[in-house]
Design a protein around this ligand. Structure first.
Ligand SMILES: Cc1cc2nc3c(=O)[nH]c(=O)nc-3n(C[C@H](O)[C@H](O)[C@H](O)COP(=O)(O)O)c2cc1C
Length: 378
């Protein structure tokens, strides 16, 4: 049923948000902010060009300087950052789109190079496997510093402040990043949380900080403008298993999120970008059914797969990441069945407007299926 008749491409209302279709642009870090975490002016072009998506979720955005993990990622703690984000939300709204800001704290997935030599913070002093991108290449992860108990409520307040600033920047809502083993998931999982205080040990203690964060963000926005991203299957950054009782852990987490009345859960099915495989012990459809709000499904979706999942009642919205990089008019291309351009990896992270906000829409291609950014044609 590809093309204009597809139900995936028809308007839908979730909560009080009217979306022009069920396609969501997935959050994608593109590493083009300056050292002060301010998004560049051409980010407004990039996001505005992609406003055909029913909903855009921005690249992960640091709630505080402490939350940073990677060079040139944007923030939402300074007024300068808010002003720059306002240009983005204005551009998307002018084109009839909706946009949520993804709120991020990387926790242990960071490096002292990002913190003037100080250690990144985490629930427990457990080093992630592997390496991390820093300013001048890749470096080994370090053992993070375990947060003191009284530091944790202060991070909750950082989330509250960031949520408030997102409101002032004109976003339609926020998505709490609780996936991919960043700080919130580090608290949730028992391989990364070995705390002995009220934030660790039992499952309800491990969920305390993430749920405090969600409640603080709801205080600012109301539950119907807050979503959350989770990745039950992920193994990032290499530990297996991340959790000794994944299904039970996420069942409780989702039950609590459902009680809070959140707008949506955004699930990464399988391992992000790598595979859709899910261990037999984990029933994603059953987990999804525990949640009363909308469910955004992600990871290697195609229009056909989305149509099947929608028809089966398995998901409400579908987020696409990589296809949006080189196809600003991705939704229109799905509608007419046009070929998709592929973005070389060299453009994914870092650089400037090239390979970012200069990908042409179909109309500019005039029948020539060019897959290089415009600037390379000049
Ligand atoms: C360049 C790039 C950057 C990404 N950055 C983020 C991010 O900031 N936050 C996040 O939750 N996921 C991030 N992801 C994961 C995507 O949101 C998505 O889960 C993944 O690309 C799988 O979807 P796809 O198969 O449609 O691309 C990123 C993926 C890519 C390719």
């Amino acid at each position: 049923m590809a093309g204009s008749t597809s139900l995936v491409l028809q308007p839908v209302t979730i909560g009080d948000l009217q979306l022009s279709n069920r396609i969501v642009m997935a959050p994608m870090t593109r590493s083009r902010a300056d050292d002060a975490g301010v998004i560049p002016e051409y980010a407004a072009d990039y996001y505005g060009q992609r406003a055909q998506a029913g909903l855009i979720v921005t690249e992960a955005t640091n709630i505080s300087a402490q939350g940073r993990g990677y060079p040139r990622t944007p923030g939402i703690w300074s007024d300068e950052q808010v002003t720059a984000w306002r240009r983005v939300t204005t551009a998307v709204h002018q084109r009839g789109g909706k946009i949520f800001l993804q709120l991020w704290h990387t926790g242990r997935m960071s490096h002292p190079d990002m913190h003037g030599g100080a250690l990144p913070v985490a629930p427990s002093a457990i080093r992630p496997l592997g390496q991390i991108r820093v300013g001048d290449g890749m470096k080994d992860f370090v053992t993070p510093r375990a947060l003191e108990t009284d530091e944790i409520p202060r991070i909750v307040e950082d989330y509250r402040r960031a949520a408030d600033k997102a409101k002032r920047a004109g976003f339609d809502g926020v998505e709490v990043h609780s996936a991919n083993n960043y700080l919130l998931e580090q608290f949730v999982r028992d391989s990364t949380n070995r705390r002995g205080d009220q934030y660790g040990g039992t499952l309800s203690n491990r969920l305390r900080f993430p749920l405090d964060v969600v409640r603080a963000v709801i205080d600012v926005w109301g539950a119907k403008r807050v979503g959350i991203r989770i990745s039950p299957v992920t193994t990032t950054p290499g530990e297996t298993p991340l959790d000794s009782h994944t299904e039970n852990t996420f069942a409780s987490y989702i039950d609590e999120l459902s009680k809070l009345g959140l707008l949506y859960v955004h699930g990464i099915e399988g391992i992000t970008q790598q595979s859709r495989d899910t261990p037999a012990s984990l029933n994603i459809a059953a987990l999804r059914r525990r949640f009363a709000g909308a469910y955004i499904a992600n990871n290697q979706y195609t229009l056909e797969l989305a149509e099947k999942a929608l028809a089966a009642g398995d998901a409400d919205l579908f987020s696409f990441g990589r296809p949006f990089i080189a196809n600003p008019d991705f939704v229109e291309r799905l509608r007419v069945g046009a070929p998709l351009a592929d973005a070389p990896k060299q453009y994914w992270y870092g650089g400037d407007a090239t390979g970012y906000s200069d990908w042409p829409p179909m109309v500019a291609l005039r029948g020539n299926q060019r897959s290089e950014p415009l600037v390379n044609q000049q």
